[in-house]
Design a protein around this ligand. Structure first.
Ligand code: HEM
Length: 463
């Protein structure tokens, strides 16, 4: 078993005691709840206030844990690049993900993580990616055509809440490209179970008490596990081109196949990692394009210049030619990073900016804060994709923009995410114009994953 080869060092100390961090500036907040409510109410404002009050290294208490925040690009680099293997991702994410998504990549560390990541990497090479892209192209173009049909006879275009629609589309695309199943009753059961698992991961009640989200999530895990256990033996010998089939045939460094349980855990985790992040980032860009029609026009021109026949699929080989949409997608993830904060736990004592921080400390970095630092991003609220020209990127700290993290745990699905986003916007913008009501004021809930609380009402019109 791979787990026997784990080299994760034991955490050298667990400073549950306040005095272990007493030399670090910061505040514990209210008894019991600490700063939880403040952070939930205003995740950006609260962190900005703490930064102004205490500087880029401060201690706080929230969500039941005391932790130290390291803010800014240097903190991101220290924790994500983790040259000295000081930080455990498993112990950082464990409290959030362990019950419904155990043994996913983010819940492994160091040598064990390296072995599993290498095995999974095979499913993200060019050959398999092309097959997933075929499924994405077909599913997306068909669904956008259906959206237009819904509005038939309603006058100029169709108005609908974008967020639930893209969430459903992302789920359905995962059924075909990840699982290789059609969109029938089977997919609906799997999707429902999966949605319950994702919701449980961020549920307030952390025990599977009947009736709670965690209880539904744990039950969803049973449904998903039964589905995979049934499918895996068939996929081992088949020639399916979906992600599940790829993992069923993948071997580890020692030449053995991933076990059934390993595939269940990795597949569940991959689907979770892909789902709300894609839903959030695509929603964010739709909103920004709706309020910036000039950018819609620029992206559309670039897409039409590819010379792809109207209504045809976007060829995989042309994805790299869509530079403006890539810049726009990056800019919308700067403003609304789908993973606004990243937790770790120190496995040994370390130093940062003159502070000695003991092993065992929960450590957090904050892409949301970093992405809005005015010293790096002038006018941080302004949507400006030109911040991502090659020259502009070269002039910035490498860890100033970290929506996909960095280092050993950097998002494994990053190219998949660009591929799906580019393909979605290709089909949307070459067929449609997107707008929001002139007086529309967006309401984004930034935590735990940014989403529009009003569902993001938009209008799309055929062009
Ligand atoms: C816009 C979309 C996405 C964003 C912003 C995003 C963001 C992230 C971030 C920040 C991490 C690192 C977390 C950490 O270091 O603690 C991560 C890890 C991961 N992501 Fe993504 N992700 C996205 C889409 C996807 C997709 C589509 C997939 C799969 C197809 C995926 C699979 C993974 C996996 C497996 C990991 C764990 C990697 C590891 O621990 O080695 N993600 N993602």
């Amino acid at each position: 078993m791979l787990s026997a080869t784990s080299t994760s060092p034991a955490i050298t100390r667990t400073p549950g005691q306040r005095h272990a961090l007493a030399h670090i500036p910061g505040e514990d907040g209210w008894p019991v709840i600490g700063n939880t409510l403040k952070l939930l109410r205003d995740p950006i404002g609260t962190v900005e206030t703490f930064h102004a009050r205490y500087g880029p290294v401060y201690r706080s208490r929230a969500f039941g844990y005391r932790s130290v925040s390291l803010l800014g690009p240097e903190g991101n680099e220290l924790v994500l690049f983790d040259r000295e293997k000081n930080f455990s991702s498993a112990a950082g994410w464990g409290p959030v993900l362990d019950q419904v998504f155990p043994r996913g990549l983010m819940l492994m560390d160091f040598e064990e993580h390296r072995l599993h990541r290498k095995a999974l990497g095979v499913a993200f090479k060019t050959g398999p990616m092309k097959s997933y892209h075929d499924a994405l192209n077909d599913g997306i173009s068909r669904r956008i055509a259906e959206w237009h049909l819904e509005g038939e006879g309603q006058g100029a275009g169709v108005e609908f809440a974008f967020y639930p629609h893209i969430k459903q589309l992302t789920l359905d695309l995962a059924a075909t490209s990840f699982l290789g199943i059609g969109l029938g009753e089977g997919a609906r059961d799997v999707n429902r179970a999966f949605v319950d698992m994702v919701a449980a991961a961020v549920g307030v009640v952390r025990k599977p008490v009947p009736g709670t989200q965690m209880w539904r999530g744990v039950n969803g895990r049973k449904v998903i596990s039964a589905f995979f256990a049934d499918e895996i033996p068939k996929r081992r010998t088949g020639n399916g081109a979906d992600l599940l089939s790829e993992l069923c045939r993948t071997t580890k460094e020692d030449g053995t196949l991933l076990t059934v349980q390993e595939i269940i855990d990795h597949m569940s985790f991959l689907m979770m990692a892909a789902h709300d992040t894609l839903t959030s980032s695509v929603s964010s860009l739709v909103y920004h394009l709706a309020v910036h029609p000039e950018w819609q026009d620029k992206l559309r021109q670039e897409m039409l210049a590819l010379g792809v026949v109207a209504g045809a699929n976007l060829p995989y080989e042309r994805l790299g030619d869509l530079e403006l949409i890539e810049m726009a997608f990056k800019e919308s993830m700067r403003i609304n990073p789908p993973v606004p904060a990243i937790p770790r736990r120190a496995v040994r004592d370390f130093q940062f900016k003159g502070f000695d921080i003991p092993g065992g400390t929960g450590v957090g970095i904050n892409p949301l804060f970093t992405h809005r630092m005015p010293s790096i991003w002038p006018e941080p609220d302004k949507f400006d994709p030109l911040r991502f020209t090659d020259d502009a990127v070269r002039g910035r700290h490498r860890y100033a923009w970290v929506p996909f993290g960095g280092g050993a745990h950097m998002c494994l699905g990053l190219h998949f995410a660009y591929m799906q986003a580019k393909t979605f916007f290709f089909h949307l913008l070459t067929t449609s114009r997107v707008s929001v009501a002139p007086d529309y004021a967006p309401r984004w809930q930034m935590w735990p994953i940014p989403k529009p609380t009003d569902g993001l009402p938009i209008r799309i019109e055929r062009i």
